[in-house]
Design a protein around this ligand. Structure first.
Ligand SMILES: Nc1ncnc2c1ncn2[C@@H]1O[C@H](COP(=O)(O)OP(=O)(O)O)[C@@H](O)[C@H]1O
Ligand SMILES: [Mg+2]
Length: 405
């Protein structure tokens, strides 16, 4: 069931924002408004996030991700549109009601986690509960538990500067988890970490999520991170969501050339799965293989198949079986029932299509952010988008104030 819904959200910075929304609705472009000193940071964004889902918002620096996230917890009031969490319209709440929802139901985790240097790890993890006014004994108990969940048992009494960057970020995550908030909003939470530690944190988040089943909106400018974490991914460009779908949807049926050029360097063999490319079992029956195997029935096919794999097996694991037999690979569902077949031809065709699809890298509009962040990197160069980060946009003092709330 969807717990978080945003409908037709707009956030415009600058003069007469409502006028700007009307003009955007009538077809005006972001550049036109920018020329007049008005920034349309989020334009007509609609999302739905289900319980237990990790919804990733991905886009280059300046595309509006952080602004969208801040409207989701009411830190920023949308210029137009609604945000509902558990059916409650956040845009209609008083400041006081909103603060209560924010401190009890929503947690944010930022890229630069504002740990208090003169508080112990435990006190830092308990900070969100302090803001909520939870009694000390309960605070300690819940923070201790959250630190254990994030792998920091034994570090409770340490000071933040005794911890590595990755561990400090775990304290941040523990702080968010300790509040028992159901909605986690994570803004580039892992972007400042070294690649290996970052992968570790991604694994840990996926692992925690299996049991905690939070509703998570995770922001990143890193496509690989988006593909690893996202149950659903929204791709933003210039304030607009240009596509929402699974990692496979985005790879296999990109909404436009922009999304396609963004994804061209992704290793499809690791993201696409057997289930996404399989054909119906019926299409492989009736044949006799060069080896003399008869494939008259599904059972005969299954017996002759070089491998039987689950639907979520990545393509990279199908090459070996496909190369050892002319019989297709059998695909089964979670109960072990036969649901499809992957032929070597299909496997190669899917990868071939992807290679053909990749357009010559078109130069997307370079859009100098007006907050001094560097101009957008072209999506044809995800590596540079990755390293450039958007740290100046994230040094927002607001982050520090709201970090525990
Ligand atoms: N408080 C603000 N006032 C004016 N412009 C802003 C403000 N916050 C963000 N912007 C602008 O809105 C656009 C989107 O910014 P942001 O949401 O931070 O993007 P992202 O998180 O994708 O890097 C940028 O052009 C940025 O400069
Ligand atoms: Mg940002």
């Amino acid at each position: 069931m969807s717990r978080l819904q945003a409908e037709h959200l707009y956030k415009v910075f600058g003069r007469r924002p409502e006028d700007a929304v009307r003009r955007l609705e009538a077809g005006a472009g972001r550049e036109e408004l920018r020329a007049e000193g008005t920034t349309a940071a989020v334009i007509d964004a609609s999302i739905e996030v289900d319980e237990g889902q990790i919804f990733v918002v991905m886009g280059l620096s300046g595309s509006g991700k952080s602004t969208l996230l801040r409207t989701l917890n009411g830190l920023l009031e949308p210029t137009s549109g609604t945000v509902r969490f558990d059916g409650q319209d956040l845009t209609s709440l008083s400041d006081k009601e909103l603060r209560k929802v924010r401190s009890e139901k929503i947690s944010m985790v930022f890229q630069h986690f504002a740990l208090f240097p003169h508080r112990s790890v435990l006190e830092n993890a308990a900070y969100g509960l302090e803001v909520q006014g939870v009694p000390r004994a309960e605070r300690i108990a819940r923070a201790t538990e959250a630190l254990e969940l994030t792998g920091l048992k034994g570090w409770e009494k340490s000071w933040p500067d005794e911890l590595s960057g990755g561990m400090q970020q775990r304290v941040g995550l523990a702080r968010a988890l300790a509040t028992n908030a159901d909605l986690l909003l994570m803004d580039e939470s892992f972007s400042a970490l070294d690649p290996l530690i970052r992968r570790d944190m991604q694994d840990q988040l996926l692992e925690l999520q299996k049991s905690l089943k939070k509703t998570i909106v995770f922001i990143t400018h890193d496509l690989n991170e988006a593909m690893r974490l996202g149950d659903r991914i929204a791709v933003m460009r210039d304030g607009r969501i240009v596509q929402i779908g699974s990692a496979e949807d985005i790879l296999v049926t990109p909404a436009n050339d922009y999304v396609a050029s963004f994804t061209q360097d992704v290793d499809r063999t690791r993201v696409l799965t057997a289930g996404a490319i399989m054909t119906e079992v019926g299409t492989v029956l009736g044949a006799t293989t060069p080896e003399g195997d008869k494939l008259a029935t599904a059972a005969e096919f299954r017996a002759a198949a070089p491998a039987t794999v689950g639907a979520d097996t990545p393509l990279v694991e199908l090459f070996t079986p496909c190369s050892t037999s002319t019989v297709p690979v059998a695909v089964t569902d979670e109960q072990g029932s036969l649901i499809g077949a992957v032929t070597a031809e299909r496997l190669l065709a899917v990868l071939g299509e992807a290679a053909e699809q990749s357009p010559a890298p078109a130069a997307p509009a370079r859009d100098a952010a007006d907050d001094g962040t560097p101009a957008e990197k072209t999506p044809a160069d995800p590596a540079s988008a990755h390293t450039s980060g958007n740290s100046s946009a994230d040094h927002d003092p607001e982050d520090k104030v709201s970090a525990g709330a």
